[in-house]
Design a protein around this ligand. Structure first.
Ligand code: ADP
Length: 232
């Protein structure tokens, strides 16, 4: 019961924050739009756009969680082109956050067996955390390569990293690291839990490596549609 109450509180706070930001910027544009210079107007629209993405991601996570709990995992498995999904996720985040440079290196031949929406959610959660927890100017890189019958994917950031004793716990439900950085960023501690469930439900696995002070690498692997010969 306590967990449910905490969850409801975290969720309302998470929802309230982007809504308040959107409302503020929308009102400013509505009342003073014509008097604002082009750059300020553009900034306001970018905030509105990225906050909408944030709320959408939260709802997608809740939806995926409900689907997982209802045992409706994996009804839509198909061959999915990994580079296409990565490009899409990067362009959405790049558009809404100019604070970071986001790069990727994903061989064209990587086709995984997955549910496209789930795969997009997995990447979205990892990239959005990298964006959320890394200060301005940090870089974010997505790297993928074939590894036997798997595609091995890494989301690498140069942010604050995660203390070693906390690393085993970040995939647990509602778990948030209690440090200064995480306290400043709003979150419900659900993203990585859902990410792990989605990966493991697809016969994959995932984890984190991190060096406090120099960054984090979140990785996962999912089965390939067919093996890729290195160098082809
Ligand atoms: P949320 O971001 O909503 O708190 P997550 O389950 O996505 O929940 O992440 C759990 C915790 O792991 C976060 O609260 C944060 O402390 C830590 N974390 C996740 N990703 C990163 C990252 N890229 N860099 C540093 N800390 C991170």
């Amino acid at each position: 019961e306590q967990m449910k109450a905490d969850y409801a509180a975290a969720l309302s706070h998470d929802l309230k924050t982007p809504l308040t930001a959107m409302k503020g910027y929308a009102i400013t544009l509505l009342l003073h739009g014509e008097k604002l210079d082009e750059e300020t107007r553009q900034d306001a629209l970018e905030v509105i756009n990225s906050e909408i993405d944030r709320v959408t991601r939260m709802f997608d996570n809740l939806l995926h969680q409900a689907r997982l709990e209802a045992g409706q995992q994996g009804r839509y498995i198909e061959p999915v082109q990994l580079p296409q999904v990565v490009k899409r996720v990067v362009s959405v985040h790049q558009l809404s956050s100019r604070r970071h440079e986001i790069t990727y290196n994903v061989p064209e031949a990587l086709v995984v067996r997955a549910d496209r929406d789930q795969l997009e959610q997995i990447l979205n959660n990892l990239v959005s955390n990298a964006v959320k927890y890394s200060p301005r100017g940090c870089s974010i890189h997505i790297d993928a390569r074939p590894d036997g019958r798997y595609a091995h994917v890494e989301v690498i950031d140069t942010g604050p990293g995660i203390a070693e004793d906390q690393q085993p716990y970040v995939f647990e439900r509602f778990r948030r690291v209690q440090d200064r950085m995480s306290r400043k960023v709003s979150g419900s501690g659900l993203g990585l839990y859902i990410t792990r469930m989605l990966v493991e439900g697809r016969e994959g696995e995932g984890g984190v490596r991190s060096q406090p002070g120099s960054g984090s690498t979140f990785w996962f692997r999912l089965p390939l549609q067919r093996r890729v010969t290195e160098g082809r």
